[in-house]
Design a protein around this ligand. Structure first.
Ligand code: E4P
Length: 220
C-alpha cells in the first residue's frame, strides 16, 4: 500500500518524507488556503521534497476551465496529478486528460456509482472520503470494499486512494480490503508508529541493560 500525506504544510511534508515511508502528497483548496502562501510556490517546494505523485486540485467546474487549469498544472512537473471534482464536467475533462496522458485524481467520491463512472472515464486515482461519510453515520470503509470489489470485477486500472482518513484504524482497514493508497494527515502517520507495549518494552530492555552493562558493555 502506498502512503500519501494529505497536507500543504511544508514542515509536515518534510517530517513525513524524513521517515522514509512517504510515497506522495495530496492537497486540496482548503489545505492550501490554510497555509496562506502562493500555490505555485508551494507546489515547487513540495515537488522538490517528494519524488512521487503530488495532487493539485482545479477550482474550475466547467469542462474548458478544468482542462485549462489541468494542462497548466501538468506542465509544471512530471509528478503532478490533477485533482478533479466528481461532477459531470469533471469526468468529461478526465476522459480528455487521460487521452492526453495527464494523470488525474477524481475527488469528492461518496458512492460506488460515482467510483464506477470515474473508472470508466479513465481516472488514475479515485478518492473516496471515508471520514466525511462516517461523520454522517454512513460506513466509509464499506464504500472502500464496494469500490475495490467493483474495480476487481472489471479489472479497472483506476487506483483506490482512500481519503478523509481520521485515525490509524482507517489505514489498517483500507489495507485489509486491498486499497491501493491511503492519504492521511500528519497526525495519523505519526500515530501509526505508536503502541504502549513498545514503549513499556523498550523502557524495560534499556533499564535491564543498564543493570548488567558493567559485564556486557560492548559500547564505551
Ligand atoms: C482528499 O484528497 C482530501 O484532501 C482529504 O482527504 C479530505 O479530508 P477531510 O475530510 O479530513 O477534509
Amino acid at each position: 500500500m502506498k502512503f500519501f500525506i494529505d497536507t500543504a504544510n511544508i514542515n509536515e511534508i518534510k517530517e513525513a518524507a524524513a521517515l522514509g515511508i512517504l510515497d506522495g502528497v495530496t492537497t486540496n483548496p482548503s489545505l492550501v488556503s490554510k497555509e496562506g502562501k502562493d500555490f505555485r510556490k508551494l507546489l515547487d517546494e513540495i515537488l522538490a521534497l517528494v519524488d512521487g505523485p503530488v495532487s493539485a486540485e482545479v477550482i474550475s467546474t466547467d469542462y474548458d476551465g478544468i482542462l485549462k487549469e489541468a494542462r497548466e498544472y501538468a506542465a509544471i512537473h512530471r509528478n503532478i496529478v490533477v485533482k478533479v471534482p466528481l461532477i459531470k464536467e469533471g469526468l468529461k475533462a478526465v476522459r480528455t486528460l487521460t487521452a492526453e496522458g495527464i494523470r488525474t485524481n477524481v475527488t469528492l467520491c461518496f458512492s460506488p456509482s460515482q467510483a464506477l463512472l470515474a473508472a470508466k472515464a479513465g481516472a488514475t486515482y479515485i478518492s473516496p472520503f471515508v471520514g466525511r461519510l462516517d461523520d454522517v453515520s454512513t460506513n466509509g470503509m464499506e464504500l472502500i470494499s464496494q469500490i475495490v470489489q467493483i474495480y476487481r470485477n472489471y479489472d479497472y486500472k483506476t487506483q483506490v486512494l482512500v481519503a478523509s482518513i481520521r485515525h490509524p484504524l482507517h489505514v489498517v482497514e483500507a489495507a485489509l480490503i486491498g486499497a491501493d493508497v491511503c492519504t492521511m494527515p500528519f497526525n495519523v502517520i505519526d500515530k501509526l508508529f505508536n503502541h504502549p507495549l513498545t514503549d513499556i518494552g523498550l523502557e524495560k530492555f534499556l533499564s535491564d541493560w543498564k543493570k548488567t552493562q558493567n559485564k556486557n558493555n560492548l559500547r564505551k
